[in-house]
Design a protein around this ligand. Structure first.
Ligand code: SF4
Length: 416
């Protein structure tokens, strides 16, 4: 499955250092975050020697373990574990960044030049404990430096029909083994047990994000998914004295009736449902399962209804930035893609919907595994553009800002 590196790629686009100079108002940390997520990382043996599984969150990496992800000096997170490959060759058509050690510090290196120091994520204390059901707590609740998260469903039912999963997504293939198994959905009783442990780590987390694969069944489409979120949120809520607590659900686009239930029956404060692509025709091609069940215009309508229920600044939507340029049916040029992205972004923001993008990293097991992501320049322009549109429409970035998430480059601009 490996894809050869294009040996000429550095000649075809502006370098990281040129982009830093070109955009002096964009934080270098944000540009680093974008480029590392775009190209992925590999670790030297010296960098792996710095991993301590007693301290750090780790994932299997070749025949060793690597840090689950990285942190920059300003607290910006870089999610890297999706990019691991057991192959010696990279899956990306550009060389990945290298994590190495220099003067006893862990550093990010590209083209023999040190970019900056990086920090490995430390794991929370509950990670090494088990629930009374015997499940390791880290399989029930996941953590990032700022917040904890959990997946209510480990399987996405858009994959029930072959080819209907999103084409950039590696979750379907990786998660297929869970389908129909007892542990496909999270157990609220186990959540309650983990919450008791989480509360012992005072000051560690700012909130919780719940997401998971789409569950299409129920009297109305996704009623079973809704029930899974309500059950999980009510279990989390047992740890709080107030009805509402800092939280976010990222689900399939729920109907107005379902959104009202989600808001009224739980402590949920903010809501996301990702359109993934800001162009209807490309959405249909890239996310055929989503498009088959909920049309592009219906998805937008449900976002607008969510703003009415959760409030402006408490609802946003995301794209997997770059898939709009996938071949053969994506946009042919970066200019065309940016124009379309900004047009839809304006329409959404004018209805109070916030904007975020997750940098597309070409992952193993995805249908798009041979594709190439756009230039770094494209990503920086998109990041600036989304941020400026949110400012223009007076939409706060608070629900997903760097204290709560730090994953979304456009929202991270707020910290400067
Ligand atoms: S909705 Fe799409 S991106 Fe999300 S898990 Fe399902 S197939 Fe993957």
């Amino acid at each position: 499955m490996a894809v050869e590196v294009d040996k000429e790629w550095r000649k075809k686009e502006e370098s990281y250092w040129e982009i830093l100079k070109k955009y002096p108002t964009v934080s270098p940390f944000i540009i680093t975050q974008i480029d590392v997520q775009r190209r992925g990382v590999v670790y030297t043996d010296a960098a792996l020697d710095k991993v301590d599984a007693k301290i750090h969150q780790v994932d299997p990496y070749k025949d060793r373990v690597a840090p689950s992800s990285l942190l920059l000096r300003d607290g910006t997170s870089i999610i890297t574990h999706f990019t691991f490959s057991t192959s010696k060759k990279t899956l990306n058509s550009r060389e990945p960044y290298i994590v190495d050690v220099a003067d006893d510090k862990i550093v990010l290196v590209d083209d023999d030049r040190i970019i900056d120091e990086v920090i490995y994520w430390e794991k929370p204390k509950f990670y090494d404990k088990k629930t009374s059901f015997g499940t390791p707590m880290q399989e029930v609740v996941d953590a990032r430096p700022q917040r904890f998260s959990l997946s209510v469903s480990k399987y996405c039912h858009f994959w029930d029909k072959p080819g209907e999963g999103c084409k950039y997504c590696g979750i379907g293939a990786a998660g297929a083994k869970y389908k129909g198994c007892a542990n496909e959905r999270v157990n609220p009783e186990e959540i309650k047990e983990v919450m008791k442990e989480i509360l012992k780590e005072k000051g560690r987390f700012t909130g919780v994000v719940l997401t998971g694969g789409s569950i299409l069944s129920g009297d109305e489409l996704c009623d079973d998914e809704l029930d899974a979120y309500i059950g999980a949120l009510q279990a989390i809520g047992t740890a709080f004295k107030t009805k509402k607590f800092p939280s976010q659900v990222n689900s399939t686009a729920l109907s107005e009736r379902q959104l009202i239930r989600l808001y009224e029956e739980t402590g949920l404060t903010s809501y996301t449902t990702d359109l993934e692509v800001f162009n209807e025709e490309i959405f249909k091609w890239v996310c055929p399962g989503k498009a088959a069940h909920i049309s592009f215009s219906e998805w937008k309508k449900r976002l607008y209804q969510a703003v009415e229920i959760f409030g402006k600044g408490q609802v946003n939507t995301g794209i997997v930035s770059g898939v709009e340029l996938a071949t053969p049916y994506g946009f042919k040029t970066e200019e065309e893609a940016l124009k379309a992205d900004f047009e839809t972004a304006e329409e959404l923001a004018s209805h109070g919907v916030g904007l975020k993008h997750d940098v597309w990293n070409v992952v193993p097991n995805s249908i798009f595994f041979k594709q190439t992501t756009p230039s770094l320049d494209y990503y920086v322009r998109l990041t600036k553009g989304f941020y400026e549109i949110m400012q223009k429409y007076g939409i706060s970035t608070e629900m997903d800002n760097y204290r709560k998430c730090s994953m979304h480059a456009s929202i991270n601009l707020d910290r400067i």
